[in-house]
Write a protein that binds this ligand. Structure first.
Ligand code: CA
Length: 224
């Protein structure tokens, strides 16, 4: 999941940003409504965490522009505002969920997990693929019931492949999921992560589609 965080409060924003980092989500942080709208329109995000009171453009306006423009990106509203009016407006404008400030970071992460499950069409935090299980909330991976230790980027790559197990993902798509907006990515870094994942799990789990990208081997899904 690629996440756009929109929050003008430095302290809260950096707390959320750190929590997203620890939870292994590639994310970008914008502090201004107009800049956030531009980023959301260009950035191909899976989720926008949207504060309402923002410089540049109000969060509800950002949401209105996005939905009028046909964006279906999930939106989770953060609001310090009293009363239910803004929350109702937000939900009516197409927000998917909301949190009232102050909130616990654990609750934010649980709601992100819930939106991620909805996106992946699964009911549980445990994504099963044949002998493999990836837990969205504890960020752990097991194979045949045995825990497999994963580096942060390896986990992010595997989670992305599991999001769309029937699709081939290009290196560019995988880089976006694993590195977000960091520049200067080594050209072979995805191949290196794939190499390590195959070694830690088993070689056939990730198929190389020459000239296109990578895919989880669909034949393995049914394996017990
Ligand atoms: Ca604010």
């Amino acid at each position: 999941m690629r996440i756009l965080l929109v929050e003008d409060d430095e302290l809260l924003g950096s707390g959320v940003s750190d929590a997203l980092e620890n939870a292994r989500y590639a994310h970008e942080w914008e502090r201004d409504g107009k800049l956030a709208l531009a980023a959301a329109q260009q950035g191909n995000f899976d989720l926008i965490i949207l504060d309402l009171g923002l410089p540049g453009m109000d969060g509800l306006e950002v949401l209105r522009h996005l939905r009028e423009g046909g964006s279906q990106t999930a939106v989770l509203i953060l609001s310090a505002r009293d009363g239910s009016r803004d929350r109702v407006s937000g939900l009516n404008l197409g927000a998917d969920d909301y949190l009232i400030k102050p909130f616990e970071l654990d609750e934010l992460l649980a709601r992100i997990n819930a939106l991620e499950r909805r996106r992946m069409g699964v009911a549980s935090n445990q994504i099963k693929f044949g002998r493999l299980v990836l837990d969205l909330s504890s960020h752990s991976v097991s194979l045949d019931g045995e825990s497999v230790s994963m580096l942060r980027r390896e986990f992010m790559l595997l989670r992305k492949l599991l999001e769309v197990p029937n699709q081939i993902l290009s290196r560019g798509q995988l880089e976006a999921a694993v590195y977000g907006f960091e520049g200067d990515i080594e050209s072979n870094s995805i191949d290196v992560h794939v190499f390590h994942l195959r070694k830690k799990l088993y070689p056939e789990i990730i198929k190389t589609i020459r000239g296109v990208g990578y895919q989880l081997d669909p034949a393995l899904k049914a394996e017990k």
